[in-house]
Design a protein around this ligand. Structure first.
Ligand SMILES: [Mg+2]
Length: 366
């Protein structure tokens, strides 16, 4: 089975409620659906969510790098030639989301060709994942109302709170209010998306610790070298690397130099192959991991679910799988369902996503 065609389909779907955080705001999912067709006519899909303020990729750049560089070099190669495929894409630096979508779409083809779910091919550890919900910037009372509604409607009891604003008291008030409103059993953790300086993050520690925050993600820019390491040493809360660690090399560098103590893995960055390398590296070093969310649609979320549920280490903390709930619509014909705080894996061949072609026709940008 060889790669016969790679298509890049731009589309746009609005959010009911834009997600606001320290490094940006997302009001529209202006993504690229990547479609890989094999010589046997098997079709695999993946979603590419551009996040220019974090990684520099845009909808147009994802299309360009795939159409101009990756596609010509990949067409004709076998879908199982994973190391060749990796090396071809690795000739181009960065562009981890474009690379990730190609990787996931090829994995979808492999699963469909073999009649096996990618979840089982990757390890198949668990049939479900616990879901964590991400809470963007808003007034403290509104954030608490949203968390309570998510617990009531979906049984979710793990929440990521976006922080990193100035004055920081507003964010810290949210953490304290959520702990009081949700009780001790809720898992609460924060992500500053580099919004604070290391000094500001350090000053936030006592209140975050008092609120029982379980992890503190990208408290400041990882390039703030000494301050970040001082913070990691002082914090009793594990410091999580996310956008600072998209590749195994960066994971190694940040962990060994004391820039973070836990790692957020996102399948949208580099796909299942890159995520597997990072996971194996972290397991070898005895480092905590979690499944993050690149503000994914249901297509991207299904990929995170397939990967996260396939390994023990990624089931230990709730996975960020609920951002798609804020989208006005989605491209899938078989929607995901969050029940009792969990999403079940669907054992369909491939990643588990069926595309609704009429919705794709409606939302695609021509
Ligand atoms: Mg993050």
């Amino acid at each position: 089975m060889k790669i016969a065609a790679i298509e890049t389909i731009p589309y746009a779907i609005g959010y009911q409620k834009p997600l606001k955080f320290a490094s940006g705001e997302v009001a529209v999912a202006d993504h690229v659906l990547v479609k890989v067709t094999t010589s046997d006519g098997v079709v695999g899909y993946a979603d590419a969510p551009p996040r220019p303020y974090t990684y520099g990729e845009t909808q147009a750049s994802i299309i360009s790098v795939i159409n101009e560089l990756f596609s010509p070099a990949l067409i004709g190669r076998g879908i199982l030639d994973s190391e060749q495929i990796f090396q071809v894409m690795n000739r181009t630096i960065g562009n981890d989301v474009a690379k990730g979508a190609i990787d996931i779409a090829i994995w979808d083809c492999i699963g469909k060709t073999l009649g096996q779910s990618v979840h089982s091919l990757l390890g198949g550890y668990s049939q479900s994942l616990e879901v964590s919900h991400m809470l963007g910037f808003d007034d403290p009372a509104k954030v608490l109302d949203e968390a309570l509604a998510m617990r009531e409607n979906y049984g979710i009891s793990s929440f990521k709170i976006k922080v990193g604003r100035r004055p920081r008291e507003l964010d810290l008030e949210i953490c304290t209010k959520l702990r009081a409103g949700l009780g001790q059993e809720a898992d609460l953790y924060v992500d500053a998306n580099r919004g604070w300086s290391a000094t500001e993050a350090m000053a936030a520690l006592p209140i975050l610790e008092a609120a029982g925050i379980s992890t503190f993600e990208e408290p400041c820019d990882a390039k703030e070298y000494l301050g970040r390491r001082e913070l990691v040493k002082k914090s009793s809360i594990p410091i999580v690397g996310d956008e600072s660690v998209p590749t195994p090399g960066q994971v190694t560098s940040e962990l060994l130099s004391g820039g973070c103590t836990a790692i957020s893995i996102k399948t949208a960055r580099g796909g299942f192959s890159n995520a597997t390398k990072i996971l194996n590296l972290c397991q070898g070093m005895g480092v905590q991991v979690m499944i993050g969310n690149q503000i994914d649609t249901q297509i991207g979320t299904a990929a995170s679910l397939a990967f996260g549920a396939s390994h023990l280490a990624t089931t230990r903390k709730a996975a960020e799988l609920s951002n798609y709930l804020d989208l006005k619509d989605d491209l899938v014909a078989n929607p995901l369902e969050i029940k009792n705080g969990h999403i079940e894996v669907r054992n369909l061949p491939g990643v588990g996503v069926e595309i609704d072609q009429s919705k794709l026709d409606f939302y695609r940008i021509r």
